[in-house]
Design a protein around this ligand. Structure first.
Ligand code: TNX
Length: 531
């Protein structure tokens, strides 16, 4: 809920809708084309809205959340906020790019607001820009005011994502919905949900009840912590909440490594691990273990409506290769020449699982270790995370795979954001807001090679080993996620760090706080981050 008086209550400077040169509004991500009219529109007490029923309902609900009186426009009354299709008339002359999807045209004139798009997604994006104009412009009494402006806007990347690790520490429904709602406000459209890993299994699988009765117990800080997981009903609820906000939820069910929680629950399928983590992998050469995974993936495929991708992890498996050597059957397969090494066994496992996921109608996602396993180029999406191996990114792109860019530096939000911070992940430096903002244009391996449109976009990843409380998770995420949103949306030629930092972002910090988020204030650096 946005409070009229928020700007008086908050320690931040009062909002500006223009910078010194007179051409800045506080919309994040920065729209590609902005043309300020120089006047102001004061919305009437009753705001009539017209257009297609879904977007109109969403618009009315979001305006009313802001304590405005929005209503469906009666037939004989002209609407103050109008959602139009390019075919509907004058606005049809506006050429909107269609790929990636989600372009919109927003006009605020003294007569009212028009949002033109050829899809619900485009209207939704236009609505978020309108809401941001309302939220960052001081009101006249109870009436919303906004600058007159025309905006022509479309996304740079199709994939604008955030990954949340729920295994190491669990966030839960309320925090996840708040996150999704905030993501939508900043036009992020992919929620990559890391639901399984060694400390805990967080998704109910009806045919394998021990995954949650046993596997959801514990977290990274405390192996005995009370069970935490999402029921299937809750998963469906989160997915539909996200879909209503044009966010796709991508489940990650990690295998064959990072599986200790699952293998503690069903040790008969374990492939062993390390001395410290003996249940780290699933047996990669067992038909029974494959069947176990098939039943899990069947249920996952049913739950994630609207998802194009199922991510199967595939990272950091080689630490367990030594233990695979002692598995019954592996020696024989190597001796009879079926496989030359454990590495080949891993690749064969990856190919089987990828085929299975493709067969369920999904693109298969995997961390960059799966490159080289011989997965189908067309049905695969590779997540490049080894920032220290830019040549690997080049190789992946040259092989023709589609890629999501999420190098540890600067895309891992478990890194602290300031050199004075001292709680949490305290090794290997820190990642500043500016580092995040300047990505991916700061990346030589991306900039200087032909990518043939294979880079679908970027992810920011929050691993939660050190992000123990919700306060700390929010603090690590915000406002860096706003920098990610702008990097993923705004074309390189229109990105300007100085105006993002010196002008627009300032007006958004109080809005994040109004949402109940505990955030890092980069204008007034405190020494500690929340425990
Ligand atoms: C590497 S990135 C991991 C995660 C850890 C993270 C900690 C990747 C695919 N694996 O399992 O949580 O580093 O920064």
């Amino acid at each position: 809920m946005v409070d009229n008086n928020q700007f008086h209550l908050s320690p931040y400077p009062s909002p500006k809708h223009q910078d010194k040169s007179g051409n800045e509004i506080s919309v994040i991500p920065k729209p590609q084309k902005v043309d300020l009219g120089g006047d102001m529109l004061t919305l009437p007490h009753s705001i009539f809205v017209a257009g297609s029923s879904t977007i109109v309902a969403t618009a009315i609900a979001s305006l009313n959340q802001r304590e405005l009186d929005a209503q469906l426009a009666p037939d004989d009354v002209s609407a103050m906020v109008h959602f139009l299709h390019p075919d509907d008339g004058a606005m049809g002359i506006v050429e909107l790019p269609t790929n990636p999807p989600g372009a919109y045209y927003l006009s605020v004139s003294e007569e009212g607001v028009i949002i033109t798009a050829d899809s619900e997604r485009g209207w939704f994006h236009g609505l978020q820009s309108l809401l941001q104009l309302i939220d960052t412009t001081p009101r006249t009494g109870s009436r919303a005011v906004l600058p007159t402006v025309t905006i022509t806007d479309w996304p740079r990347f199709k994939w604008r994502g955030y990954m949340l690790d729920e295994s190491r520490h669990f966030s839960g429904i309320e925090a996840t919905k708040r996150l999704l709602d905030t993501m939508a406000y900043y036009k992020l459209n992919i929620f990559h949900w890391h639901l399984t890993d060694s400390p805990g299994w967080r998704i109910e699988i009806k045919s394998k009840p021990k995954l949650t009765s046993v596997g959801s117990v514990g977290n990274y800080s405390d192996p005995g912590a009370s069970p935490k997981f999402y029921t299937q009903e809750q998963i469906r609820d989160v997915v539909s909440f996200a879909n209503a906000r044009h966010i796709e939820v991508i489940p990650e069910i990690g295998m064959p490594g990072h599986m200790s929680a699952a293998m503690r629950s069903y040790p008969e399928f374990s492939g062993g691990g390390t001395e410290k983590d003996p249940y780290y992998t699933i047996n990669p050469i067992s038909d029974a273990a494959d069947k176990f995974l098939i039943s899990i993936l069947d249920e996952v495929a049913e739950l994630f409506i609207g998802a194009e991708v199922i991510h199967f992890g595939g990272d950091e498996v080689n630490v367990a290769h030594k233990s695979w050597r002692t598995l019954g059957g592996v020696q024989k397969l190597i001796e009879d020449g079926s496989f030359k090494s454990e590495h080949e066994i891993e690749a064969a496992f990856n190919r089987r699982i990828a085929k299975l996921i493709n067969g369920l109608g999904f693109t298969v996602g995997g961390w960059d270790e799966v490159f080289g396993s011989g997965l189908e180029i067309e049905g695969t999406l590779i997540f490049w995370w080894h920032h220290d191996r830019p040549e690997l990114l080049t190789e992946i792109l040259e092989s023709g795979y589609k890629v999501v860019l999420c190098p540890r530096k600067p895309q891992y939000f478990d890194f602290l954001q300031h050199e004075t911070h001292n709680v949490g992940r305290t090794w290997d430096g820190f990642i500043s807001l500016e580092d995040v903002y300047c990505f991916p244009d700061s990346l030589e391996a991306y900039e200087n090679r032909p990518t043939n449109g294979k880079v679908v976009g970027i992810n920011a990843n929050l691993w939660t080993e050190q992000a123990i409380t919700q306060e700390r998770r929010d603090f690590l995420t915000f406002p860096r996620l706003l920098a990610t949103a702008e990097s993923a949306w705004t074309l390189k030629e229109y990105k300007i760090w100085e105006t993002f930092f010196n002008s627009r972002l300032k007006n958004h910090l109080p809005l994040l706080e109004t949402r109940g988020l505990i955030i890092f204030n980069p204008y007034s650096i405190s020494v500690e981050i929340p425990r």
